[in-house]
Write a protein that binds this ligand. Sequence first.
Ligand code: NAD
Ligand code: MG
Length: 401
Amino acid sequence: MQKVTILGATGSIGRSTIDVLLRHPEMFKVFALTANSNIDLLLQQALICSPEYVVVSDLKYYQQAKELFAQSTLNCEVLAGNDALELVASDANVDVVMAAIVGAAGLLPTLAAARAGKKVLLANKESLVMSGDLFIQTANKYKAQLLPIDSEHNAIFQCLPADFTYGDLPASGISKILLTGSGGPFLNLPLQDLSHVGPEQACAHPNWSMGRKISVDSATMMNKGLEFIEARWLFGLQSDDIQVVLHPQSIIHSMVQYLDGSVIAQMGNPDMRTPIAHALAYPQRVESGVAALDFNQLTDFTFSQPSKERYPNLTLAIEASNAGQYATTSLNAANEIAVDSFLQGQISFTQIAEVNNECLQQITSHKLDTIDEVIASDQNARRVSLEIIKRINPPAMLRTK
Ligand code: NAD
Ligand code: MG
C-alpha cells in the first residue's frame, strides 16, 4: 500500500489523479490533499478519499476550512500555508507525491518532496524550468524517483530504452527526441486575428481539458517551450537533440527516433489519466479509465512544423534555454504575469509574447546557485513584467475601455 500526497488536488491534474487512485484502493491510500482556496471541492474530495491531512495554502480560507471540516464526519487535520505544503510533501509516512500545483507556487513543495527522497510525479513543469540543475541535483542526492506526468515527457520516458544514459543520446542509440504539440486552438486562425482573441477562446483547447494557465500556454505554445526546457532537464538533452513537431490530433504524445531509423511513438487518447496511471503504478501497468484508441475512428493523422510568426513564445523559450537558468526562470515568471494579465483582460493575446520578450531583453545574465537566488530572480522578473504591462497598457487606458 503506497501513501500519496496530492499537491494541487482541486486542479485538473489533481482531480484526474483522484479518479485513477480510486480505481485501485488496494494499491494506494491518500495521505494528504492540498488546495489553494477551493475549500468546498477540497471537502468533497476529502469525504471520498479520507486523507490524514488537508492543506489550504491561501491563509484567508483557513478559518472557514477549519469550520467546514469540523462540521463534517471527517477525522482529518486541517493545515494552512506554504510550510504545511512542504510538510505533507515530505512527511516520513508518504511514499508518492503528485506535484500538481500550477506555476512557481509549486517549486518549494515539489523540491521538499525531492529532498525527502519521495517518488515524485512531476506535473508542475515550472519547478524544472525555474530551477533545473538544482532540482535534478537535489533529486539525485536524496535518491528521489522523478517520473514525468506531462504527457509528452511521460511518452518519451516510455519510448526510451530501459538502460537510457542521462545526457547521452548516441550512447543509447538515439538520434532525436520528437516533442509533439497540437498547436492549440489558433493553429489555423489568420495571423491578423490573433490579437483579437479573448480568454475564453484561448482556453478552449481542441483536444485537452486543462487549467486556464496551461490552456493559454498551449494556445501561445509557451507550453511547448516550457516542455522543451523540461525535457532538457529530465533527460539531459542539448537543444539540438529536440525537434518540435505539430500533430494537431494529439494521439501521438511524443516520439524517440533511433540511429537505425526506427521511431518509437507513444499513443493514446488525450486524457491525462494515462500518464498519471503509468507513473503511479510504474513499473507495473494498471487501468486508468481511459478508453482504448479506436483506429477505425482515426481519420486524420497529420504532422507539420510550428510557424515562428504564429508562436513567438516557442522561439523565446528555446533561446532562453540556450541562454541559461536565469533566462528560463525569468521567462517563466514573465509569462505567469503576462498570462494572468491576459486572463484579466488587461493585455491582448499577442502582447503576452511582447511582455515576455521585453522582460528577457531587460534582464541581464546572472548566476543562480541557490534556491533563494532562484526565487529572487523570479520576483525580479515579475516586477519587470508588471512595469512593462503598466507601460503598454496604463491603468487610465484600462478604465476607458
Ligand atoms: P489547475 O489550475 O487546474 O490546478 C492548479 C492547482 O494548484 C489547484 O489545486 C490549485 O488550488 C493549486 N494552486 C493554485 N495556485 C496555488 C498557490 N499559489 N499555492 C498553492 N496551490 C495553488 O492546473 P492544472 O491544469 O491541473 O495544472 C497543474 C500543473 O500540471 C501545472 O504545472 C501544469 O503545467 C501541469 N500540467 C497540466 C496538464 C493538464 O492537462 N492539466 C498537463 C500537463 C502538465
Ligand atoms: Mg504537455
